[in-house]
Design a protein around this ligand. Sequence first.
Ligand code: AMP
Length: 517
Amino acid sequence: MHVPLTISDFIERGALVFPERVAVVDEPDVPGSLGRLSYRELAERARGLALGLDGLGLGRADRVAVVSPNSARFLISFFGVSGSGRILVPVNFRLNASEVGYIIEHSGAEVLLVDPEVAAALAGIRVRHRFLLDGVEDADLFAPAPVGREPNSWEPDEDATCSINYTSGTTARPKGVELTHRNCTLNAIAFGWHTTVTDRDVLLHTLPMFHCNGWGMPYAATGMGARHVVQRKIDGESILERVASEGITIMCGAPAVIAAILGAAEKRRQAGREVPGRDTVRLVVAGAPPPSSVIERVETELGWELIQIYGLTETSPLLTINRAPLEWDGLEPTARARNLSRAGVPAIGVRMAVDEEGEVLARSNHVFAGYWNQPEESAKVLVDGWFHTGDGGRLDGAFVVIADRKKDVIITGGENVSSIEVEDALYSHPAVAEVAVIGVPDDKWGETVKALVVLRAEFVGSVEPETLIEHCRGLLAHFKCPTSVEFRQELPRTATGKLQKFKLRQPYWEGRERLVN
Ligand code: AMP
């Protein structure tokens, strides 16, 4: 028997098995907060959203974009949009109007769901239907489906596109990663299994839901009937408060989230206050390699289990997982942390390899269908049945170690920044003759954006680094802007005129084992 795998399986099971159980605790004190919803209510509201999209005339495979920090409505959208055969386009809410506008236009989204916090900035974007997620304008759209009314039926198709997740990569503009229902479903099942999600779990949404659909954890937790707790902003103390008050057992995030939690825990200890979650919380980290000293602090100071995963939006994302096996039980904390600092071993159904140039390759059912409307870009990374990650690394037995980056991407605070996009912004300033944008190590963000600039002769002495940073802030989302600009006489190039970025990066990364952070 062949039954199509779709992400509806998760909400259907959650609602069937645990109808009365609390499914989601929305962020309180925000406009239109939905409070606590049971699994029955979550499923009814997802059906209500599907009905609402029917009413707007949206057909199969039509796109619905959402620009919002984490919220119960975002969770409903995963199921109400993708679960009814439409395609969800989750967008980073830190992007500026022109960046979001590009994504809306490129994806062809017919509906834009926008959080009040970013609505004013995005007011100029043209789209057929726009709804403010304030509990008023979107009240009908997110209302539970009336009894007896079913949305238009959709013939489930596991190869249909579930979401298009825009990600910055090797091109100036972000590319739309098309993830199918099969990709998302198998990723969520493998992820939930490897991190042992059960119906007793309470998931704190510390990872942005827009980032690769919260890595698929929202699906996995829903299928098991676990409780979701919405975290809108990353604040270490508020995370610790919720660990205590909501009984959180699992959360995901980039290394910057860990840093916030460790900082807040330190303050609590100094004030003689308890740090909650010892022996009960699992913290899943990805996006950049966490330093082993940080891993050790999580395990000793917090007493939380640290699990590392590695993957990309293009791979749904789970490729490898590093979770301490039985054999490491007796290890002293430093050795255990060192072992955990590698990206991990292949997840079930994933094959990993490293080619002769040191690029990490992957083959799995989690690998995406292709970039939306960019077949030539898809063909560059999907070659002979292997996905080319653009990461440099090596194999250590079954373990994958990520040590370098082949692609021109900087990862700051867990989000990708395309160097080319920042270089384009700098080139649009009249004083800039030449520029190279590189990632340099940073304690808080892992990496931070640095621009090395050669000024046009007539501007030397009259332009300050701050002027160029401000110029970028007018054009790009702030997280993409350089935090420092250095002026140079010239930039090293090859005989064919290609910039030698590795040479430029070298001095900033000296003495480090890895050239990524
Ligand atoms: P994204 O598509 O935004 O999720 O970014 C994917 C990129 O993040 C990968 O290509 C890696 O460069 C980086 N990355 C993700 N997880 C890890 C990890 N555990 N260790 C090192 N780099 C990572």
